[in-house]
Structures are given as C-alpha cells and as structure tokens.
Design a protein. Structure first.
Lengths: 330, 330
C-alpha cells in the first residue's frame, strides 16, 4: 500500500464497490469546499490565462501570508513540485526528516541525489547539502519549530543548498507555517490545496520561495501547468476565509470524536493533524485486515507493523460504523 | 506575443472585455466536446485512482491506434511532457525542425542541450543526438512522411538519441500519426487532447513510446499527474468516436469557409491544419493591429513580419465579422 486514497487495490483484494467502502486511508478532508454548479465554459475550453493565474497567486499570497519579497508558483498539485525540485537543486546529498511521506525520497533518488534519513533537523550530517522536512509531519503530526527551521536553513545556505518544507497539512494551524523564512533564506515551502479544501482531484498546489528559486521552478513547469477549473475554484476557495474558519472548527470537532472512538477500541493515539490520526496497536496489521473485510480502509505502513493511520469519517454514522468494526476485533 | 489563446495582453493594450473579443489566436477548436453537467463529486474530491488512469489509457490506446508493444503515459497537457523530455534525454544536442512551436526549443535549452534549427528531418547534422518534429507542423501545416520519420529515428537510434514527434494537430488526419514507429524505434509521440476536443483548460495530453522510455516519463511525472475531471472527461470524449467523426467534417467545412474569407481579403494561404490557417501578407503586422482595434485577435510571429495565423471562427457571424474587419483594411 504505497498511498492512501486509492480503493483500486482494496477492491481488488476484498471486493465491494467504491460506494460500499468507508475510505479512511487518506489525509484529505471529507468535506469539500462547495464547487459552484455553473463553472464558466471558458475554464474548460480556453488555455488558462495569465490574468487567471495572477489572480490565484494573489489569493494564495493572502491566504498563506506570503511576504512581499517571496514569490508564489502555482502547480498541478504539490506532487509535481516534489518531482521537479530535486531536478533543479544543485548536486549533493539530501537529508530527509523521517519517517515521512515517502515520495520525497523517491524523487530525490530518481534525480540522482544521495538520500540520508535523519530523525530531526538538528542532526544534519556535515556531508548534506539539502534537507526536506514535512511540517507538520505525516503521519505522526510532529511539528518542527521556526528556530530549528531557521538554523537548518542557515546551515544549508552556507553549503549552497535548499531547505524544502512541505506544509501539506499546515492549514489547520497556520501559525506552523515558516513562510517568513523564504525571504532571507534558501527555503522552498510547499502548500497543498486539495487536502484541507477536500478537492484532491483538482490537482493544485503552490511553491513559495525567494524570487530566483521561484523563477526556476516556474520555468521548469512551463506555461499552463494548472487546469482552468483549478485556477477558478482555487481562487474562490482561497478567498473564502469564513468557510476556512468554520471548517477548522468542524474538523477539530470530528478529530476529537474520532480520537474517542479509537481510544475506546484500545488504540494508542501517537499524534497526527486535524486530518488524520496515527495510532499504535500490537495487532495493527490484523486489525487493518479485519476492518478491510468490513469495507473500512485505513492506512498501514511498510516500515512499521504496529501503526495505522485514520482519516476523518465524513458522517456521524461512519464514526459509529468504525466503532462497531473496531469492537468486533476485540 | 509568445502564445495564442491568451487575451490578457490584448485587453491590456486594446481594451474591451473578454466577451467583446473574437479570439482567433489559437489552434484550439472552438467547439468543445460537451462536458456532462453532472460530473461525479468524487472526481473533484478524491485523488485520481489507478483504475481511472488505466481506463483512460485504454481509451487512448484505442483512439490513437497504439500497438501492443508501445505504452501510453497520461500527463497534464503535452506541455508538461515538453518540459520533462529534455530532462530525461541523454546529454547531446537536439535538432528541431522549424520554424515551429517554440516551447520545444526553450525546454531543451533550459535542460542544457545545444539546439540546432533544421529545415527538415533529412538534413540532420552529424553532431545531433536527438530531433524534434511537430507533425503536422505548427504554424505551416507541413507533414513529414512516415519514411522520413523512420529514417531519422533509425539514424538517432544509432546515436543513442530520441526522435520526438509532436502530433498535437494530428487529430484531423489520423493517418499522419507515426504511432507505429514507437515499437521498434526510439520515438516519443506526443498527443494533445485539448485542441481537437476544444478543452484546452482541462490540461490533458499523452506520450506514446516504447516501454522503457514510457516508464521513465511516468516515473518523472510521479503519481496523480492529471486531475480527476481530466481523467473522467478525457475517457468519455476519447470513446465518443461518432462525435469525433462529425467534428472532423464540421471543422473541415469551417476551414474552407475561413479560407474563402481570407483569400477574398487578399491574403495568401500558405498552409495550416483544420484548426488554423497560416497566411501571408506584406502588411501583416499592420493588419494584426487593425484587427485588434476591432477586437479580433489573430496570431503573429516574432520571426516573420509577413505572416498571420487564424484559428476557426466559432459562429457564422464571426466569419462575417472577420470578413468585414479585413475589408476595412483595404
């Protein structure tokens, strides 16, 4: 199970139809920003205009509190940025704070960089030129503070390297964002749109960096990286601050309810963010199979057989369904 | 004017609103495949599934007559493939048959390859390792035959290089496609979805190549390169062969009407495809400005001041409007 959010493998193994499954394998919010029914035909038909891209960038600047001396680049999902950054980075090895989202490691390896796993940013080996940290981290939710990030970025600046900070799950606690570091330091921040806004299929993400780095990323992506619908919907959603405020509350509330269900079932909650919870159980692998047999799909990990990750159940009755399925395990 | 299809610059200079302009600056069909009003919510909300991507690839195989030993890779527009290919190609210079769509040259230069302009594929310099040809060519519509393509590909194979064939405008005459060459030769074919299907905002394109090359492209793009709507709509549209058949006729008909309007106005038609016409006129630059003052936007070129390119006017009355504006020039 390389990724969450894809029932193709689950259905192949356990049967059922997509409608029968409760998919908790992902960190994508189950409550999407409401897409208007009447998207203008032009967003589908025409090449996205410069004006549309600039409007979205302005909205992202505001939503992510980007300072004047940093630039925003739009991309078809942060995954596309994860693919490009190692190609654009200078030769040299990279430290990745892990365990974490494994696509970072893959992309740096494909681009020919040596990858060194580290437990935290304060122990960067001398040989390392770049570093990647997911903040808050996926799957454990660990937060690296601004001072540790700044220290690492200063160190890597002396070595001609970059600090990539993947803030895919920072929307729930915007103060985690290290966006202020981009101006003076070689920091590249990734912001995912689809997770908090519940629109992962839209493929929209952002890189925030100093002008030089941002221009190189933009040149690499080329013209029209994002779809017309992504520019249109992203703009309206990022401007909708009232929705974001309410959604943060709703997500927090559901997270607490989910924690209760998990704790009652005897699982130890290790951490997470508002959009997923990491739990520990000695029989996690078996529990994963028992849930799957009841068409509940959670996330397990190749590197740990006692961990599971649960995303947010969309409805109250899904919480009850999960509670019932977990109870059947005992 | 780097590209057609973006009124941002036209409006900044000549005024008006997008609704007031007749945009003929692009080679995108003005008649989109009809998007269903009720796209399933999941295409927006969930990460695109492997099953959805595989279904689209199967439809593309069929639509583009891909042989069993070649592979299809989906991408968010062929532009994203144009950006990646030079990064993946072995070191060495590239010959680009031109004048043509200038993003190929840009992308190969950014990736550090020397770029050599050639007039046709039969005069590849000895030093060249790769070649790019747009077939049929944009903007003049010139077609390179299968035997010339095969000869060039065999030559480049001996040098460890690739022949990239950009078939962005091959939909009107599918027999132009050199898709059969992919099996035995190092040929990478690019197919654009958005132009013929009138859905450029969707960002969808394909690479067709031998298994090894296709896998490298796929690995570079990473997971979920395309949006859920693109997979969903692309699948339905590529399966809709009756629509494609009728649309070819409708486009041919409108092309003939457009040619008449252009010829009557004293323009010499040099060539093109069903989706655009390249014309020559000694006062082309002035004509471009006169049309723009009447909110008609056609395409001119930095490398030739006597050429203009016209896309298809969507409605009969647009043809009349164009005829009237051209008449005002005389």
């Amino acid at each position: 199970m390389k990724h969450g959010g894809d029932l193709t493998g689950a259905i192949a193994r356990y049967g059922g139809t997509p409608q029968m499954w409760l998919d908790l394998s992902t960190g994508i919010s189950p409550w999407p920003w409401p897409i208007p029914a009447d998207l203008p035909g032009a967003v589908w038909q025409r090449l996205p205009s410069r004006a549309a891209e600039e409007a979205l960038i302005a909205a992202a600047r505001d939503a992510y509190a980007v300072l004047a001396d940093a630039e925003v680049v739009v991309a078809p999902g942060t995954q596309s940025l994860i693919q490009w950054l190692p190609q654009l980075a200078s030769r040299g090895s990279v430290a990745i704070v892990g365990p974490t989202y494994h696509e970072h490691e893959l992309a740096w390896r494909i681009a020919g960089h040596e990858v060194i796993a580290v437990a935290n940013l304060d122990e960067l080996p001398d040989a390392v030129r770049h570093a990647v940290v997911v903040n808050p981290n996926n799957p454990d939710g660990r937060v690296t503070g601004h001072s540790a990030l700044a220290r690492a970025a200063e160190l890597l600046q002396d070595r001609g390297g970059w600090l990539v900070i993947d803030e895919a799950f920072a929307d729930m606690e915007p103060e985690i964002s290290a966006v202020g570091l981009c101006v003076e330091l070689p920091v590249v921040i990734l912001r995912s749109f689809g997770k908090f806004y519940g629109l992962a299929g839209l493929r929209l993400g952002f890189a925030i960096a100093h002008r030089d780095v941002a221009q190189r990323i933009s040149l690499a992506l080329g013209p029209w990286p994002c779809s017309g619908p992504a520019l249109n919907i992203g703009l309206a959603a990022l401007r909708d601050k009232e929705w974001a405020r309410c959604m943060r509350n709703a997500i927090q509330h559901r997270t607490r309810e989910l924690d209760t269900v998990l704790a009652v079932a005897g699982l130890t909650i290790l951490g997470g963010t508002g959009l997923f919870r990491l739990v520990q159980h000695p029989d996690a692998t078996k529990m994963h199979a028992v849930l799957a047999a009841q068409y509940i799909w959670c996330r397990r990990f190749e590197w740990a057989d006692d961990l599971l990750r649960f995303g947010l159940p969309p409805h109250k009755h899904d919480l009850h369904r999960l509670a019932g399925a977990l109870a059947s395990f005992k």
